[in-house]
Design a protein around this ligand. Structure first.
Ligand code: F6P
Length: 344
C-alpha cells in the first residue's frame, strides 16, 4: 500500500513528529510513504518524494515541517483541482494523510466527498478545531507566549509601564487565555468578547490605585472593540489569503494608543507574531503529534477514510473531518471566568 502525506496551512511545532510517526508506523505495516511538498500546492504540481526511515531520522525535535507548507486552495481554480486528482491517481495512492487546520482539512473533507481516501490530522497553534480537545502546536505556542509575558513583566515593572502583548490565534482566544493565565496577565482580551475600552482602563486605574504601577494586557490578534467605540486610530484593512481570511494584526498597537491616551500611563506594545510558531516543539506536542501520526496510519489500515484523529480526554480517537471543520472551537467561558479572577 502507498500512503501520501502532506502538511498544509501555517506551520507549527510538532509537524515533524507526525511525519516521523506516519513513516515509522507505515514501515512496520509494510506500507510505502510518499511526502507531498508544500501542502496542496505540491499535489497540484505533482511535487513529491519517497519518505523512508532515513528521511525522518533526527527530525523529532525540529520545528516547522520537512515537507514544506502553503496556503494554496485547490478549489480556487477548477484546473488545479483536476491536476490534484490526476496526481493522486498517478502517484498510486491508496490513501492520503492530510495534516492541517481548518482550511486544509476543509479541502480534505470536500475531497473525501469526491471519492479520495483521506485521513485528517489536526494541526494548529490556534487550538480552534472542533472534535479534538487539543491540536498539536498549541502547547508550544502557549509556552513561548508565557515566557515572553514573564520577560515583559520585569521590564514593565522597572519602567512603570503598561505592556500590551499581542498574540496569535485568529478568531479564537485560546493562546491569549491560556498564556495569559500562565503568565499572570492583568487583563486578557479575546475575539469571543468585544473589547470594552472603558472597562479595560478602569481595571488598570484600579490596579494602580492599589499600588501596582505596571500592568500586562494580553490581547488576541482577532479581538475587536465593542461596536460604537470611538478610536484615535482606525485599524488598517489587510489583504485576504486564498481561503478568504484577513491577515490579522494591529489590534495591539491600536489598543496601546487608546490605553495611553485614556489613562495617561506610558504604554508599549509587543507583537509576538511568528515567534509563537517557530522552533522546537514541547514534549507534549511531540507526544501528541506522535500519537496522532500512529493513529492516522491505523485509520488508513482500517479504511476509516474521511476521519480525523483526535484527542478526547487522554485517549486518541477519531471524528468525521466534516464535523471537525464545521464550527470553530472558541474559548471555553468557564476557563475565561477563571482568568477574570486575576484581572485588575
Ligand atoms: O493559523 C495559525 C496562524 O499562526 C494564526 O494564528 C495567524 O493569524 C496566521 O496563522 C498567520 O498566518 P501567516 O503565517 O500566513 O502570516
Amino acid at each position: 500500500m502507498r500512503i501520501g502525506i502532506l502538511t498544509g496551512g501555517g506551520d507549527c511545532p510538532g509537524l515533524n513528529s507526525v511525519i516521523r510517526a506516519v513513516v515509522r508506523k507505515s514501515h512496520l505495516e509494510g506500507f510505502e510513504t510518499i511526502g507531498i511538498k508544500n501542502g496542496w500546492k505540491g499535489l497540484i504540481e505533482g511535487d513529491s518524494e519517497v519518505l523512508d526511515l532515513r528521511s525522518v531520522s533526527g527530525i523529532l525535535p525540529k520545528g516547522g515541517t520537512i515537507l514544506g507548507t502553503s496556503r494554496t486552495n485547490p478549489y480556487k481554480k477548477p484546473e488545479d483541482l483536476q491536476k490534484l486528482k490526476d496526481n493522486y491517481k498517478n502517484l498510486g495512492f491508496s490513501a492520503l494523510i492530510v495534516v492541517g487546520g481548518e482550511d486544509t482539512l476543509g479541502v480534505a473533507a470536500q475531497l473525501f466527498k469526491e471519492g479520495l481516501n483521506v485521513v485528517g490530522v489536526p494541526k494548529t497553534i490556534d487550538n480552534d478545531l472542533s472534535g479534538t480537545d487539543y491540536t498539536f502546536g498549541f502547547d508550544t505556542a502557549i509556552n513561548i507566549a508565557t515566557e515572553c509575558i514573564d520577560r515583559l513583566h520585569t521590564t514593565a515593572e522597572s519602567h512603570n509601564r503598561i505592556m500590551v502583548v499581542e498574540v496569535m490565534g485568529r478568531k479564537a482566544g485560546w493562546i491569549a487565555t491560556e498564556a495569559g493565565i500562565a503568565g499572570g496577565a492583568d487583563i486578557i482580551l479575546i475575539p469571543e468578547i468585544p473589547i470594552d475600552i472603558e472597562e479595560v482602563c478602569n481595571l488598570i486605574n484600579k490596579r494602580h490605585k492599589r499600588g501596582k504601577n505596571f500592568s500586562i494586557v494580553v490581547v488576541a490578534e482577532g479581538a475587536e472593540f465593542k461596536q460604537g467605540t470611538k478610536l484615535i486610530e482606525i485599524l488598517q484593512e489587510s489583504k485576504l489569503d486564498e481561503f478568504g481570511h484577513v491577515r490579522l494584526g494591529g489590534i495591539g498597537d491600536c489598543l496601546a494608543k487608546e490605553i495611553e491616551k485614556r489613562t495617561g500611563f506610558e504604554t508599549r506594545v509587543s507583537v509576538l507574531g511568528h515567534i509563537q510558531r517557530g522552533g522546537t516543539p514541547t514534549a507534549f506536542d511531540r507526544i501528541l503529534g506522535t500519537r496522532f501520526g500512529v493513529k492516522a496510519v491505523e485509520l488508513v489500515k482500517d479504511k476509516k477514510f474521511g476521519q480525523m484523529v483526535s484527542l478526547q480526554g487522554n485517549k486518541i480517537a477519531s471524528v468525521s473531518i466534516e464535523v471537525a471543520v464545521k464550527a470553530l472551537k472558541t474559548v471555553d467561558m468557564d476557563l475565561y471566568e477563571i482568568a477574570k479572577v486575576f484581572f485588575g
